[in-house]
Design a protein around this ligand. Sequence first.
Ligand SMILES: NC(=O)c1ccc[n+]([C@@H]2O[C@H](COP(=O)([O-])OP(=O)(O)OC[C@H]3O[C@@H](n4cnc5c(N)ncnc54)[C@H](O)[C@@H]3O)[C@@H](O)[C@H]2O)c1
Ligand SMILES: O=C(O)[C@H](O)COP(=O)(O)O
Length: 410
Amino acid sequence: MKTSFPKQDIKVLLLEGVSRSAVESFQRAGYSQLEYHEKALPEAELKARIAEAHIVGIRSRTQLTDEVLQQAKRLIAVGCFCIGTNQVDLGSARRLGVPVFNAPYSNTRSVAELVIAETIMLLRGVPQKNALCHRGGWTKSAAGSFEARDKVLGIVGYGHIGTQVGVLAESLGMRVIFHDIESKLSLGNARAANSLEDLLERADVVTLHVPETPATQMMIGTRELARMRKGSLLINASRGTVVDIDALAASLRSEHLAGAAVDVFPVEPKGNDDAFVSPLLGMDNVILTPHIGGSTLEAQDNIGIEVAAKLVRYSDNGSTLSAVNFPEVSLPEHPRSRRLLHIHRNVPGVLSRINELFSAGNINIDAQFLQTDSEVGYVVIDVAADEKQSGELRDRLAAIPGTLRSRVLY
Ligand SMILES: NC(=O)c1ccc[n+]([C@@H]2O[C@H](COP(=O)([O-])OP(=O)(O)OC[C@H]3O[C@@H](n4cnc5c(N)ncnc54)[C@H](O)[C@@H]3O)[C@@H](O)[C@H]2O)c1
Ligand SMILES: O=C(O)[C@H](O)COP(=O)(O)O
């Protein structure tokens, strides 16, 4: 499949209403074939559209499964315009020679601010008071209302979001404890808990900031909820699969937990026109938000610029720096050479076949870059060759057994 051509022929498919800043970034970089959709596409349509695309940009809803990626014969890169990359089969993309990029920081502050706001609202019992007022009720009472000051905030997953939540919470006078599988530098006066169980038993408010992994699936279920203090609060703005939502509903119904704020769900509507269904519907002490933790204009603008820049850099220059599933190579400009990219299965013999091809043709290599992981090798070769020669070289590289993708950059 041909994947080497001038950038005005490269087709970019942008889904789920990624920020217009991404569109502008692609256009500024000379990419004019942009297809933009406000929503995630149904699977059949996704397969049809991705089959034509060279670059695809998604957010958290589009599932790029192995089956979908197998249709994407022309695809050179995926951009997740968000933090999470669990919606992409990263192994499958790697084995197809497709690097995946994301925006690891741009919306973290937005999530942290929402969590702090929810902490205060839940501690004051505002969700249920607000709901009652809307129904014409009036509960002017201090019962069940608390200051955040001096309360213990337990942060599960002390990464980019968790640490910012901790710093903001300390400025309110909260006492912060955290649990992480990695050893982490404590910011401010935060202290590591001895274990997840220890954190659950000590915290007045527990907030979850782990990624979706096999280990975090249903990490908070009946047993863990029972360990939480009576009257405590749970906030989940991580991924819907981290909490057993039926167990959470049961804990709230039994009044063991006093309230919760949930932004992410095991099953989420595909778009704003679809119905939202959850066992938490109708519970006045639960703040429900439609996966908008990272949805601020500031965050989305920055994400659009950041991820588009990574995709453009890979497409124009071959750099895979910060790819989440791929050997990372940071490449200099190549003003006087043609650049050939070769992605292959990491099996014996491929590199020697590549080098033989250049020595047999008596072609001088200006620079060569190589990075491998256990499955995939990525070689970048700069040569002094004209357009015709480099096209021929690309075709011969593509014929080497084990080749996954090969391109010549214009
Ligand atoms: N609601 C939203 O809109 C929204 C926005 C951004 C991110 N997120 C979610 O939040 C998650 C966290 O984001 P981040 O930027 O802080 O990620 P991060 O990678 O910086 O931090 C995650 C932390 O969790 C820890 N961790 C991983 N597995 C764990 C386990 N089993 N037990 C305990 N700790 C574990 C990691 O070591 C890491 O420190 C993202 O993966 C994404 O799924 C949601
Ligand atoms: O992973 C993320 O960054 C968040 O879950 C946000 O996802 P979204 O772009 O679909 O809002």
